[in-house]
Ligand binder design. Sequence first.
Ligand code: SF4
Length: 240
Amino acid sequence: MYNTDEVFEGYLTPHYRVPYPVDVTELVEEHEGDIGGCIPVSFSDYTKPAAVIFVNGCPYNCPHCHNKEVVESKAGLGEPFLKTFQRITHRCACAEHAGLEVSPFIQHVVISGGEPTAYTKLPELIRLYKYMGMGVKVDTMGFNVDVMLDHLDIVDAFYIDVKGPWEMYPELVGIPSLSVEKVKQSFSRIFDAATHHPEKFVFRTTMVPELSESDIEQVKQNIPVTHSLKLQKFRSVTSG
Ligand code: SF4
């Protein structure tokens, strides 16, 4: 069990640090069952080296989902949450005390999924990493706009998947009954925030086989003029 104050006090504060009044180790243990796994160091999930946390569950059912195990809450990706958390804390302060591995250059964490904004404990998770003085990026498809906007001041970046033109959403996310109007309303709020805080938002679209060039052009028209659309190559989950 760590003494939270001893671990963190006086160490890294490269980013805005928020107060965290609870026992951090207890909190990590609380999240453990909701996290499908972690990558301790990734060079491809952010513009900086980062640890990646995969939150279980997603309300969508995209036919080309690349993380079905996480969506279906089957744990086993990478290494356990607590292990990655220990690596990070040890970089912060107490490697020589505990004798665990050190990852000296990780100063950022990517919270991915699944769909992190559908995770009810996401606010605690964000605050936990900010308390540790880390940069936090959230990968999302814009599901829970309230939680995104509530944390706009402390999240460093939201990378948002825009699945395609609005009318194609029910097909692209595998929910035939999905309200296109609600999707539009959610993105209207996100786009408004992005216009005022362009540095905090990246919009990206994966070029799944259902999307034509004109569909991509439509998405480009939909996002705010302050942003350009990042296109991601489609990789079939069955082709490995
Ligand atoms: S939104 Fe993302 S995580 Fe959820 S089903 Fe679609 S691709 Fe998978």
